[in-house]
Design a protein around this ligand. Structure first.
Ligand SMILES: NC(=O)c1ccc[n+]([C@@H]2O[C@H](COP(=O)([O-])OP(=O)(O)OC[C@H]3O[C@@H](n4cnc5c(N)ncnc54)[C@H](O)[C@@H]3O)[C@@H](O)[C@H]2O)c1
Length: 278
């Protein structure tokens, strides 16, 4: 593929599974895709040495202001979004890997304000959400009445705070762990419900408090995660989707989410001072 003349400079914040995947892929095929690395930050910089050129390693995240950067990608933790999200948007477009941070109405308002004020786009990856842009269109037209999302997985695939699922046994079958607002669910399962957070952001007329989220543990799901979305509009309008994502019990879902995240990154070319699902 021909290389693009002006490369989009990407800063990567976090160097876990997703961060490493993105950094390696930008290094390998970024030029052909129109991307180059501006910087990489990880709270433990030792993990970066040997894999990331020294001049691209940020020792302190606050030093990102010293770099020329077009898009900052957060792939570490909602706390970093709370602390740095608005600052990132004052300088660059921001692809938020941990959108559960926006369950806090103050963080949500702050990021939307920063995007509008600086003319930068807050990109939200749609992840495993099918039809996210359709939900956003229905929301924007005023026709969205209700939205609920159920995510079912093998218990070994959940990373929950607290002890909602400390006592599971193989063969126990299906167990509803939580059903309620996505606002209440995000703090309980910040790493598992990015898809629901993306849906709540798309459906901002309902908001995190108005979108229903359900997480279900099911020992029969050793090969798949299942994501069911039910959208309700006016006059009997409704859409229901069921998505089955290949994922082995006990293992991180791995490549499919990372590849989907890469596709999201390729969309981050600037869509004005607003929130954009990609
Ligand atoms: N939106 C999506 O589609 C999607 C898909 C997968 C993962 N995610 C999210 O992206 C983030 C990264 O996912 P991952 O699979 O790479 O996770 P990971 O656990 O492999 O990596 C997380 C990295 O962030 C660092 N980290 C953790 N807590 C931190 C904190 N408080 N401050 C600074 N650094 C911290 C860890 O040291 C690690 O390097 C997570 O929040 C995850 O929920 C989003």
């Amino acid at each position: 593929m021909a290389e693009k003349s002006k490369l989009v400079k990407v800063g990567v914040v976090g160097y876990g599974h997703l961060g490493q995947y993105l950094v390696e892929r930008i290094q390998r095929e970024g030029a052909a895709a129109g991307l180059s690395l501006a910087f990489v930050w990880n709270r433990n910089t030792e993990r970066l040495r040997g894999s990331v050129p020294q001049e691209l390693i940020l020792e302190q995240l606050s030093q990102f202001t010293e770099r020329v950067v077009d898009v900052i990608v957060e792939v570490c933790h909602p706390r970093i979004v709370e602390e740095f999200g608005a600052q990132f948007l004052s300088r660059a477009h921001f692809l938020v890997g941990s959108p559960t941070a926006l369950a806090d109405p103050q963080v949500d308002a702050e990021l939307r304000r920063a995007a509008a004020c600086h003319g930068k786009t807050l990109y939200v990856p749609s992840g495993a959400l099918w039809g996210g842009q359709d939900i956003q269109r229905l929301n924007n037209s005023g026709g969205l009445k209700a939205l609920s999302i159920r995510m079912s997985k093998h218990p070994s695939c959940f990373r929950l705070s607290g002890d909602l699922l400390s006592d599971w046994t193989e063969g126990e079958g299906r167990r509803v762990l939580f059903k309620g607002s996505v606002a209440d669910l995000c703090p309980l399962a910040p790493n598992n419900v990015n898809t629901m957070a993306a849906a709540a952001i798309a459906a901002d007329s309902l908001g995190f408090a108005g979108v229903t989220g359900e997480i279900v543990s099911d020992t029969k799901l050793s090969e798949f995660h299942v994501v069911e979305v039910e959208v309700t509009g006016a006059d009997g309008f409704s859409v229901t989707t069921v998505r089955r994502n290949p994922a082995r019990a006990g293992r991180s879902p791995g490549t499919p989410p990372a590849a989907s995240f890469w596709s999201s990154l390729l969309c981050c070319e600037g869509h004005g001072g607003r929130v954009y699902l990609c």
